[in-house]
Design a binder for this molecule. Sequence first.
Ligand code: GRG
Length: 315
Amino acid sequence: MTLPKARIGGRKSRFFQPFSAVPELSLYLTEQTARIDAALERLLPSAGTPPATLHAAIRHSIFAGGKRLRPVLLLAACEACGGDAEQALPAACAVECIHTYSLIHDDLPCMDDDDFRRGRPTCHKVYGEAIAVLAGDALQPMAFELLLQSPAGPGYSAAGMVRELAVTAGSLHLIAGQVRDLEGEGKKISFDELRLVHEGKTAALLTASLRLGAMVAGATPAQLEAVTAFGHALGLAFQVIDDILDVTQTSEKLGKTAGKDAASEKSTYPAILGLEASRAEASRLTDEARAALGHLGPASRRLGEIAGYLLQREF
Ligand code: GRG
């Protein structure tokens, strides 16, 4: 894949292609991603911090132009539950660190073996495999260090928040999803098995991000339950859309190699259901996510708008 030079060198988070349906949402998302980028810039070790290669590799991947979806959701959930998003910023950076580590490791030759991610060469392509493994390793404890800089709201504890992220990133969720995905390559897996892959790889971290935002806000049990249901449905919708985009979009647009799922004989929603039924499923899951917000009231408007936006995204 040859990517345009501007994209390869680009550092700006690119979540937010203009979204004419809700221009005010575009502005909100642009502001939130800039806020998260600034917090990451402030909270992560500088590129020159020894060992400089390691920190440069971490920054190469963190500032490669990801959409910042998980931290944006964390901040929006905090606000939806009546909290102060400023206090949730370190937690938002923490979930982005876990997400970025998972991408760095997923791109390694022993896993998905990808040369491009977020529109630039993958970490191991620039820094070599050993440093890429170590950059991913370092991002994990860094995430917990950052998480501890966000206060737990009334009714919650720092230990509970650490547990939330640890369980999500561990062998029962994120890594379970990756193992199921690897073991499913070249095989026909059932719809239910595919859902388990998506719950682990995608929905778990999206849901934990929302729950951590709610915890900083000191959410009521009903509010926590609402963001959890929203996250689960949104996470599945996001992955169905991701699978569709892998088939319908170019590598240039996606910033990663398109058509990878079919090439590695992965079971995906389009492969199992076809494109049209996959679009319908993404739409159904988005409706389910929005319905879960009913319990949160008007403060959750942004979360609902983001769900609608994701359904229409092109990368
Ligand atoms: C523990 C190695 C390891 C992997 C865990 C997260 C994961 C499983 C693998 C990464 C690859 C992948 C396709 C995961 C599914 C979730 C997903 C669609 C990730 C991409 O998220 P975006 O689109 O990425 O939010 P950006 O780059 O915009 O942040």
